[in-house]
Design a protein around this ligand. Structure first.
Ligand code: UD1
Length: 435
């Protein structure tokens, strides 16, 4: 079977309305949380992204039923799940490690395959393993995956060395049914984490959000099913706003509230974007062109690392030299090669440029980018190894001089909700082809 490719022809300004659904980074965690209830849970406004289907398949292999009715997912947990997530899921996404604690709580043992996700550095899971070990699990990790047993997990203090999103979620999902109190310090506080905490609270969990990145969880004997509607995906919302700005157009994004985009809006404003912000939608345009900027990514409420790929393309069309300093992941610029092929003038450096030193300051990791704008973009054939490369390359190709071909676009659909239809609806000239 051939892989799928998109042929992209230069298009004029992208304009129109895009409605984003619930966020990819929340939906799969809610699905894992639903495993813990006695009775079904309902998750509305679920995006149609590949990660949901992969997670549904994993939940089914442990005995849960997962059904989709339109935009709503219904997860009916198994009374006693099978403790093993098959090895065939190795590297498919980041979710297996989040199932470890829940499976331990429900069955006393667990095997999960090693996790995958985008190609952005080694993405270790040491925080997850250390926290579960401190909660009483015996864990061995080998090439095949992670084996764990525990009579019952117990609460403890978990001091995260860095406010990791995944590790905070892992501990929350493990602590809600553990014995006693768990205190997470230096917890991540991304909006998707708070959404997960609210969902667990609806399921009957004891959760307190404290100042200074502390989360307290009092374990309970049982949780019940709950209903929720996911809030809009802030990565998708940002991506489509940038697609409009980049092409000299104006995209109006519905479905993602302003409070999830505060830093993104402010960053684009300083680059010259003008916003129309209503309760129902947000749109951005730049009638006077765009200025360069120095931006560093950070944990919430800083500039989200998932926003940096569209931003870098935008910087390539702003006047002057821009700097982007990535401080969350040490190796998040793999997608830059595709942008360089399309003509973006981007250079990578191991130093911390444009701001304070970060924890990668004395390493060789290329984690700062200098972007020269405006770069003249040219059509090219580029390979799309992951979702990040995908969206940034698509929007760059749309303003290139000449036709481009993007190979292996499947990975884009793992993280973006029906991207082909949405991009075509705002005027992008994309033709799907077999490669
Ligand atoms: C999640 C998001 C991803 C987003 C990221 C940061 C999902 C599915 N993915 O990824 O889109 O870019 O948050 O907002 O929700 N770390 C360790 N040891 C660990 C865990 C993490 O050293 O055990 C490090 C990572 O290598 C990285 C940093 O902590 O440098 C942040 O990673 P983390 O917040 O855990 O990201 P993910 O949860 O994987």
């Amino acid at each position: 079977m051939g892989t799928r490719a998109w042929r992209i022809d230069p298009a004029g300004p992208l304009r129109g309305d895009v409605t984003v659904r619930g966020s990819k980074n929340a939906v799969t965690k809610h699905m894992v949380a639903a495993m813990l209830g006695r009775g079904p849970s309902t998750i509305a406004n679920a995006p149609r992204v590949g990660d949901v289907e992969i997670t549904a398949q994993m939940l089914r292999t442990v005995g849960c039923s997962v059904d989709r009715d339109g935009d709503t997912l219904v997860v009916d947990p198994a009374a006693t799940p099978a403790p093993t997530v098959p090895q065939s899921f190795t590297g498919r996404n980041r979710i297996p490690v989040l199932m470890l604690g829940p499976l331990l709580n429900l069955t006393g043992e667990a095997f999960v395959p090693l996790v995958g996700g985008d190609q952005i550095g080694p993405r270790p899971i040491d925080f997850h393993i250390q926290a579960l070990t401190a909660m009483g699990a015996q864990i061995t990790v080998d090439e095949g995956g992670i084996h764990a047993t525990a009579r019952r997990l117990h609460g403890t203090r978990v001091a995260l060395p860095y406010p990791s999103v995944g590790a905070t979620e892992s501990v929350m999902l493990s602590a809600v049914l553990a014995e006693g109190r768990t205190v997470i310090t230096n917890a991540a506080i991304e909006p998707e984490i708070l959404e997960l905490a609210l969902f667990l609270q609806r399921m009957g969990a004891g959760i307190q959000l404290q100042p200074d990145r502390r989360i307290l969880i009092d374990g309970v004997e049982r949780l019940h099913g709950a209903r929720t509607r996911l809030a809009g995906d802030r990565l998708e919302a940002f991506s489509y706003l940038v697609a409009g700005l980049l092409t000299g157009g104006q995209v109006r994004v519905h479905g993602c509230a302003q409070d999830r985009l505060v830093t993104a809006i402010e960053t684009l404003r300083t680059m010259g974007a003008r916003f129309e912000i209503e309760d129902e939608h947000i749109s951005a345009s730049a009638p006077d062109g765009l200025r360069s900027a120095a931006v560093h990514t950070d944990t919430h409420p800083g500039f989200m690392t998932d926003w940096q790929q569209p931003l870098l393309v935008l910087m390539s069309q702003a006047r002057g030299l821009s700097v982007l300093h990535e401080t969350v992941f040490e190796n998040r610029f793999a997608y830059v090669r595709a942008l360089q092929q399309l003509g973006c003038e981007i250079e990578l450096f191991p130093m911390c440029l444009g701001g304070n030193a970060c924890r990668f300051h004395d390493t060789n990791h290329l984690h700062s980018a200098v972007v020269h704008g405006p770069s003249k973009l040219v059509g090219a054939e580029v390979h799309v190894p992951d979702v990040r490369t995908g969206f940034s390359s698509v929007i760059a190709a749309s303003i290139a001089d000449g036709q481009s071909v993007l190979l292996d676009v499947e990975s884009l659909e793992r993280g973006y909700d029906e991207p082909l239809a949405r991009l075509q609806s705002i005027g992008m000239a994309i033709t799907p082809v077999e490669s």
